[in-house]
Design a protein around this ligand. Structure first.
Ligand code: BTN
Length: 262
């Protein structure tokens, strides 16, 4: 797959020496963070055929069997304060929808904030990690990691995921060329990295259009609390604006949501 991926890379990508390919790795995000700490430049990509310790948000694991998904992380060096990057996960999510649509014709939905959704199930997820320059609010680097389920059949998922996860191949009913999709993801991320700070409102307009959480009655899960509310909007930082039954509202930028079934 590595040679195929290199063949499909966009001409403006800085060079194949910045692509680090592994057959097996614990986590591409962990590896990318170590490379970034050693000075690897913006655009450096870590990609693996299989992860033994794929990580998700909230300390969860991400199932990463060999030959079936794309597990990819990119290093970004945006040169700004963390407060200017609140929308980063949303920008990555939109870039991933663009890449998947370009390769497969199918555009996933987005469950706030980091889940790619198809047919009500999880197609993939995004894990964004920031490292600050010590003693400052300035971002030294960000690592954005994306996992996409590409070729699994239902039986390939662990039992506990079989009702909640889906692969792109299952969605479109055709085989997925992982090398082509990985190259499209790199192209889309690379493009996003160069407009990240100037196209906030364009990105958030696109995120809103793809976001399936908006307009839903949800539970907001934060710390050990679960509060019923309605998802009514998103702000330019990617925070979810929720309305509570008592008429108050709040912009939420942490935690996660689950849909309330009536
Ligand atoms: C989530 O679902 O909460 C996010 C999942 C992110 C998984 C990807 S796979 C590539 C990268 N490496 C990791 O360890 N995690 C991300």
């Amino acid at each position: 797959m590595k040679e195929q991926l290199i063949k499909h890379l966009p001409p403006d990508y800085p060079g194949t020496k910045h692509i680090h390919w592994f057959d097996t790795i614990d986590s591409t995000n962990t590896c990318a963070k170590a490379l970034a700490q050693d000075g690897a430049p913006q655009g450096t990509v870590v990609i693996a055929d299989r992860q033994t310790g794929g990580r998700g948000r909230m300390g969860r694991s991400f199932s990463s069997p060999g030959g079936m998904g794309i597990y990819l992380s990119m290093i970004l060096r945006p040169g700004c304060d963390a407060t200017e990057l609140m929308h980063l996960t949303c920008a990555v999510a939109v870039a991933m929808c663009d890449a998947i649509e370009a390769v497969s014709g199918f555009r996933p939905g987005l469950k706030w904030i980091n889940d790619l959704i198809a047919k009500g199930k999880k197609l993939g997820g995004i894990l964004t990690e920031l490292s600050l320059v010590p003693g400052t609010a300035s971002v030294d680097f960000a690592v954005v990691g994306i996992g996409i389920n590409c070729c699994q059949t239902v039986a390939d998922f662990p039992e506990e995921l079989q009702n909640i996860a889906i692969s792109l191949q299952d969605v479109i009913g055709n085989p997925v060329d992982r090398a082509k999709l990985a190259a499209a993801m790199i192209e889309s991320l690379w493009k996003m990295s160069r407009t990240l700070l100037v196209e906030k409102s364009t990105v958030m307009t696109k995120y809103k259009a793809d976001c399936i959480t908006l307009g839903q009655d949800i539970y907001l899960l934060q710390d050990d609390e679960k509060r019923p509310c309605r998802a009514i909007d998103l702000n330019l930082d990617g925070a979810l604006i929720v309305a509570y039954p008592d008429g108050t509202s709040q912009a939420v930028n942490s935690g996660e949501v689950s849909v309330r079934h009536q």
